[in-house]
Structure formats: structure tokens, C-alpha cells
Design a protein around this ligand. Structure first.
Ligand SMILES: Cc1cc2nc3c(=O)[nH]c(=O)nc-3n(C[C@H](O)[C@H](O)[C@H](O)COP(=O)(O)OP(=O)(O)OC[C@H]3O[C@@H](n4cnc5c(N)ncnc54)[C@H](O)[C@@H]3O)c2cc1C
Length: 353
């Protein structure tokens, strides 16, 4: 059997790309080493169109948000199960200065569709500490990433389209027309390995910065689940009195071990949002594939036309992957150009160095 594509890696990037290619009639074989602490499996799953301390609208939010909404609702219809939960995000001001910065920034800005309200005083939600008010952001929400991956994995396994094992580079053979891997032949191969691309001999020159993140799952009594809350950390209500609290950022020691320091940082920040007592249910760590210029990586290898990469989603894979997978699938199938902001050609000088 000859496939159109082999996709290596079935995290958010590989899973959404493989699904998109299959929806467009392509024959796809996925190879993924199951990994309980992959970035995708530990992610809080948040989508936020207005992020960061500087209150900037997320890059390409106008394109990413509708594509994410459409993709996840299509998946929900396909599997008959809710996976994406729309929720307002309440960004709590930490000071009068921050309130002023927001007021100045938002005046006359063209992002009204994302802002549901601005409050200069507490909105009086049960047990929420917001003395300086905050901004209520719309069009965001969270995805049950691990559950989505479980459903997609089961379907691929049932159809014999997933090898749940580590891809062995030594078994890869490149010919002028195609790629051979063990007994499998495909026209093209796409690497979606997350941060592990740093060990890939064909793409290790890409400037991926493995960035550790830790996240907690807490059980909190009598705490408001109406919104996702944000003040230094995100507090995402995941049902039944449970909340995901994340995340930390650590470039210096990118391993997948949850640490006491991470737990302390997250619980302290959580306690600034509410003084409700809580108990720890789970503590996870994973490694994000961040990129030097904070834009994802998609494109064809400069010397091997059958090899491609789709990676670099950083801390926004849930938001960005659906749009970018659609865009990249078109490039892979019909040869259209990958947009320059994500095209790996912007780093070709590192390959030729
Ligand atoms: C703590 C934390 C919280 C986060 N919260 C959010 C959030 O709220 N919202 C958001 O949008 N993003 C969030 N992120 C970021 C998000 O997780 C990433 O953007 C995204 O998961 C990256 O997906 P990926 O598929 O590129 O990589 P990964 O999830 O790492 O997946 C790569 C897959 O490839 C497999 N693989 C790698 N090498 C091989 C090989 N040689 N052979 C076979 N298989 C291989 C791995 O086993 C894995 O299954 C968070 C990340 C962390 C760590």
C-alpha cells in the first residue's frame, strides 16, 4: 500500500494535520510513540484571543479563532461528543496602573468583537478577588485536548492507520519520488514531533526552544465556574468543582518532572485570584515547542523535497493548529505557498551555516 503521507507525531500538530489531510481524501499513515506527558496531553487547552501583559490581540486571531471554532465543532459532530467549551475569560486587573494601561490601549482599538466588558470595580462573582475590576474577553474557551487525541488515536488504530511506536530514523530511506519506512511507502513525510524535533537530523537546525510548563488540577469548593480567570495564571473550570491552573515557563531545565517550586508558584498565584481552600488532584509537566520569533514552523526541507515539518506551536497550539493545518495541507496537496511568517524558509540561513 502506498500512502500519500506519513505523519510522525500525533500531538495537537500531527493529529490536526493528519485529520485535515484525511478529510481532503489523502491516504495517511501516522507513527506516534505514546507519551503521557507530551505537551498536548498536559496542556490546559485554553484559547485566548487577547493575551499577554501588554494586552495585545493575539497574532492572526481574526483568522485563527473562526478556524478553531469550525474545526472543533466539526470534530464534535464527527465523534458525537463535546470537546470545546466556549467560556468568557475574565482578565483581572492587578493594580490601578494595569487598569489605566488597558483603558488607554483599548480606546478606539478595533478589537471590540473580542471584548464583552471592561470593569473598574469588582464584578462580585462568588469568591473571586478582583478589587480593581478587569476585562471580560469573548470568543475564547478551552479544548479537552487529551480526550480529543484519545478519540482520534482510537479511530486511527481501528482503521490500521497508526503505528504506536517510536519512529526510527535509521529505517527511513529517501528516493527521488518517495519515502520508504520499514515496509511502508509514501509520497511525502511530515515530522510533527513537538520539541523532540531538536533530535531530528533533518530539522535540528530549526531554532526550537524547549520550554517546560507545569500545570495543576485543583478541587475547589464553592468557586465560580462561570469564567476562565486570568491573573498571572489561568484558572480553567473543567467541571465537577475542578480547575486547571497553569502554567509556568522554564527554559533553563526543560524536563518533564513536576517540581515543588512549580507547585508553589502556581498555588500562590491561584490564591491571589481566590482565597477558597483547595486540594491538589494532579500536577503535570510537559515541554512546549517554542520558537525564537514565536511563530510556528511549517514547510519543506531545503534539500529533501519529500520531507516536511509542522511544529513550533509554542503555548498556543489549540488556537493555531486548525488554521495552520488547513493552510499547510493546501500547500502539501496542491503546492501552494506557505505564508512567510510560518514558512521555515525564514531560517534557511541556519541550515546552510
Ligand atoms: C503545561 C502546559 C500548558 C499548556 N497550555 C496550553 C493551553 O492552555 N493552550 C494551548 O493552546 N497550548 C498550551 N500548551 C502548549 C501546547 O501544549 C503545544 O502548543 C502543543 O501541544 C504542541 O503540540 P505538538 O503536537 O507540536 O507537540 P507534542 O504535544 O509534544 O506532540 C508530539 C508527539 O510526537 C511524538 N513523537 C516525537 N518524536 C517522535 C518519534 N521520533 N517517533 C514517534 N513519535 C514521536 C510524541 O510522543 C508526541 O506524541 C501548553 C503546554 C504545556 C507544557
Amino acid at each position: 500500500m502506498k500512502y500519500d503521507f506519513i505523519v510522525v507525531g500525533h500531538g495537537l500538530a500531527g493529529a490536526i494535520l493528519a485529520y485535515t489531510l484525511r478529510q481532503q481524501g489523502q491516504e495517511v499513515l501516522v507513527i506516534d510513540e505514546p507519551k503521557a506527558d507530551s505537551a498536548s496531553k498536559v496542556a490546559a487547552g485554553l484559547v485566548n484571543p487577547v493575551a499577554g501583559k501588554r494586552f495585545a490581540k493575539t497574532w492572526l486571531a481574526d483568522a485563527f479563532i473562526p478556524a478553531a471554532d469550525a474545526f472543533y465543532s466539526e470534530l464534535e459532530a464527527y465523534f458525537g461528543q463535546q470537546l470545546y467549551f466556549h467560556k468568557p475569560i475574565y482578565k483581572i486587573f492587578s493594580s490601578i496602573e494595569e487598569q489605566n494601561t488597558w483603558m488607554a490601549k483599548s480606546a478606539g482599538d478595533g478589537w471590540n468583537e473580542f471584548i464583552l466588558g471592561t470593569y473598574t470595580q469588582s464584578i462580585n462573582q462568588p469568591a473571586v478577588q478582583d478589587p480593581f475590576g478587569g476585562v471580560l474577553i469573548g470568543r475564547g474557551g478551552y479544548l479537552q485536548v487529551a480526550e480529543m487525541l484519545r478519540l482520534l488515536t482510537e479511530e486511527l488504530l481501528a482503521q490500521g492507520l497508526l503505528l504506536p511506536e517510536r519512529f526510527e530514523m535509521a529505517q527511513l530511506q529517501l528516493t527521488a519520488q518517495d519515502v520508504k519506512y520499514k515496509n511502508f511507502v509514501a509520497r511525502q513525510l511530515v515530522f510533527c514531533e513537538g520539541y523532540q524535533v531538536i533530535n531530528n537530523p533533518y530539522f535540528s537546525w530549526l531554532p526550537i526552544q524547549p520550554t517546560k510548563g507545569e500545570v495543576l488540577e485543583l478541587e475547589v469548593q464553592n468557586f465560580a465556574p462561570e469564567c476562565i480567570y486570568n491573573k498571572a495564571v489561568y484558572v480553567v473550570p473543567v467541571g465537577a468543582g475542578r480547575f486547571k491552573v497553569g502554567a509556568t515557563y522554564n527554559w533553563r531545565k526543560p524536563d518533564e518532572q513536576p517540581t515543588p517550586e512549580g507547585r508553589q508558584e502556581l498555588t500562590e498565584r491561584f490564591s491571589q485570584i481566590t482565597s477558597q481552600p483547595f486540594s491538589l488532584v494532579n500536577h503535570l509537566a510537559g515541554i512546549r515547542p517554542a520558537v525564537r520569533d514565536r511563530h510556528p514552523l511549517a514547510g519543506r526541507h531545503p534539500a529533501h523535497a519529500q520531507l516536511h515539518v509542522f511544529n513550533g506551536m509554542g503555548s498556543k497550539g489549540v488556537l493555531m493548529a486548525p488554521y495552520l493545518a488547513q493552510h499547510f495541507a493546501a500547500a502539501l496537496i496542491s503546492g501552494s505557498e506557505v505564508m512567510p511568517e510560518v514558512n521555515i524558509s525564514r531560517y534557511f540561513s541556519l541550515y546552510y551555516d
